[in-house]
Structure formats: structure tokens, C-alpha cells
Design a protein around this ligand. Sequence first.
Ligand code: GUN
Ligand code: ZN
Length: 461
Amino acid sequence: MKTYIPYRPDGGNLKGLRGQMITFHEDPFLVEDESLCYDYFEDGLVVIQDGIILAAGEYSAIAPLYPDLKDIEIYKDSVIMPGMIDTHVHYVQSPMIGSFGDTLLKWLNQYTFPTESKFRDPEFAKSVAALFMGQILRQGTTTANVFSTTFPCSVDALFEESERYNTRLITGKVLQDRNLPEYLADKSAEESVEQAAELLKKWHGRGRQLYAVIPRFAPTSTPRQLELAGCLYQDNLDKGVYMHTHLDEADDEIEWALSLYPEAENYTDIYKRFNLLGNRSVFAHCCLVKEEEWQILHDYDCGIAHCPSSNLFLGDGMFKIWEAIRNDRPVKVGVGTDVGAGTNFSLIRQLNEAYKVAMLKKHSIGALKSYYMATKGGAKVLHLDDKIGSLEPGYEADIAVIDLKPTDFLEWRMQFNDFILDRLFILQTLSPDNLVKATYVAGKKVYDREREIPLLHASDL
Ligand code: GUN
Ligand code: ZN
């Protein structure tokens, strides 16, 4: 691993962030020696040029390497960490978050489909995309793997807004051609996948934007649509295109999926039969996965988005992280807010829920594992762990500055714990709304809690 990168005198301005700093390395679910899993610097410095981290480490070791570094922002009572990664969220469900009270399939029909139908209007899509990006950046999330909906304009709206912030973001058109209201359904499998292919061509690799092929879930696609989606994914997998869907969330959903695909051995096998498994396949939920399915997900190097606030809200079931991540056949796991079944945009709040879900079965997930999942673990799920999710030389400078004393009560509470992992655990458990002081995207401070205009597009900075 490089320890630092020399700055380019002909490059952009050097920028430094100084303060307590933490970043994550080896997977603490798999590696017992905690010292290999993270670095913490009491007085840390991260040096950035042209959106890339040149160095990150102890101030006294790093600062002398950059004598021309004058622009240093100092953060007190805070921790500088990698920007967080939301591995599963529906921006189009922002208008219906918190809708009362049903299980998954009824909730989809009653609230989700009517809301998503509004996104046929490009102006509505643009306004919600702007709202959504602001909400995630306020929570220190710098990358999200996002469901749009049927209409191509809902994809364009989110990519365009993401481009203004220069965030690394993944989305795509949702493919859904049966078992949903006509006003939201694709007209034909062929046309829907052609639209997806066009959007892929337009957006994948444009700046930091990345495309995902998104069949909503097996029950809302015909076999023909899954077949074509599998072809599009496999044809573009080596270019870094994703496949994103839902899997094994709730028992009536599984029963329904298997009744529509009776030849499949299990739910995962439905996606396998249509070539939708691969190392850039991301499956949301996986609460009720069977052992033979974990083995397939491991064999294909698929990633999982654990969405605890959503699972609790819909009463889906319990994600068993200790079954997913086993040393003999680990499956990659990140965290997802899954708004609008998820009840907020904060990944740190998801960690609070994830802890409690695991505790119901007497498995305790400490702060090291939690924050790993929200950063480097999420980057691994997305196969972006050579670019984001870590404060290391050569990585893209996506950074969150978390307030260690965001309320009077927390200021008082923190006096009783000095150790950074204890403090992070307290923060996730209490997680107030104004936890994030600043969010940097590719080195630019797009969110600053104290600024007169807290959110600014990268293009305006
Ligand atoms: N399964 C299929 N669609 C959805 C959705 O929008 N939300 C959740 N939580 N599960 C789904
Ligand atoms: Zn979802």
C-alpha cells in the first residue's frame, strides 16, 4: 500500500482536513486481530488534491511531506471518516416514507406504486432527485446504489443531480412488466430492456456515474424480461455495470415468487437461471435466505444490502448477519436505508437498528463491524473498494465529518468514554439528526452544517 502520493505542483490547490480520524481496512467479521481492521489517529491529517487523497495519517508524520499545504480545515470534537455508502435505497419513495401500516406486498400496492407513478413527470422527478441528494449528503452518505422507477426520465433526473454534486452514484431504470398497475408497468419486455440499454450507454462511466440493471424483483418481471435483463447485465459486467434487485425479504413474497417460477429450486435460483448473478449483483434484504442460497451467493461473489429499519418497519423478518458472513463461505454485506420502507436516510441510524436486530438472537455487532459495513464493507459490495470507502492515498476524497458532541446531552455523555469505538457506538445508538458537520465529495465540501447555504453543488464551489 502506498503511504503517500507526492503532490503535483501543476495540479489543483492542496487541501487538508485535520482532526481525529478513523478508517477501516480488513473485514472485522473475518479477521480476529482488530488492529488490522482499522487505523485511528488522534491528530490526523488527510491531504487532497484534485479530488484524490494524497495521504492520510498522523498529522506530525504527514504535514512535513507537504510544505506547500496551507489550506487546512481543523475539526475539533469530531471524527473524520470515509463518506458512507448506502447499498440500497429508492429515491422515488422519498415522498411516501413513513406511510402507515402494512406488510410488504400490500404496502407496495397501497403506497409505493401510486407514488412511483408520479415520476413519469420529469419536473417532479427532478424536484425529488434534488431533495434526495440533499438528504443523503446531510447524513454523510457520499455513494448510493439507488432504485429509480419505470420511467427513463426518473433515471435521468437522479444522474443529472448526482452529476451536479459529482457524487459516485449508481442507478438505472426499474424493469417491471407484470403484476403491477398498468400505469407503472413496462409495455413490453423488449422495449423496457432497450430503454435500459440506452440509459446505460448514456450514463455508465460518465464522470462518476455508474449504471445498474434493475429488475424490481422476480414477481414483477416476466421470464422474458428477466432473460433480457440477464443478457444486458452479462454483456456489460466487464464494464462495471451492476445488477440490483430484492431477494428473500418476506415469506409471502418468497411463496409468490416461487409460484411464478415453479421450476426454480429456491428464490436465488430464479435469478441464477436468468444469468443475473455475478460479482456486481446486489441483493437487498435477504432476511430469509436458506443455506443453499448463501452458498450460491458466495460462489458468484454477490453482495447483500442489509436494510434493518425497513425490515423492522414492514415486519419482514430478521437478517442473520452471522449466517451471511461465515469464514468458510463469506458473503459481502453492506448497509442500506431502503427508504421509503426504511424510516430515515441515515446509515448511522441503520447501524443502531442492525445492532438490535442481531441482539434479538444474542449476536452483538460492535462499532468496528458496524462502521466497517457502512464504509469499506459497502464499497466491497459495490466492487468499488479500490476507489471509495477508505481514507488512503489514491482514493477518491469522499469524506464525512461526524460531530462527536452534537447535542448538550451527548457532550456530557462523552466525558465518560474516551475510546473512539465506544464513542462511535454511543453515537449510533443515540444518533441525533444533526450528527454530520460536513460532507466532502471528491474533495469539495458540498455540505457544511454551519454554512449560510449548507448544501452546494460541486459546480458552485
Ligand atoms: N420488493 C419489491 N419492491 C420493493 C420495494 O419497493 N421495497 C421493498 N422493501 N421491497 C420490495
Ligand atoms: Zn428496496
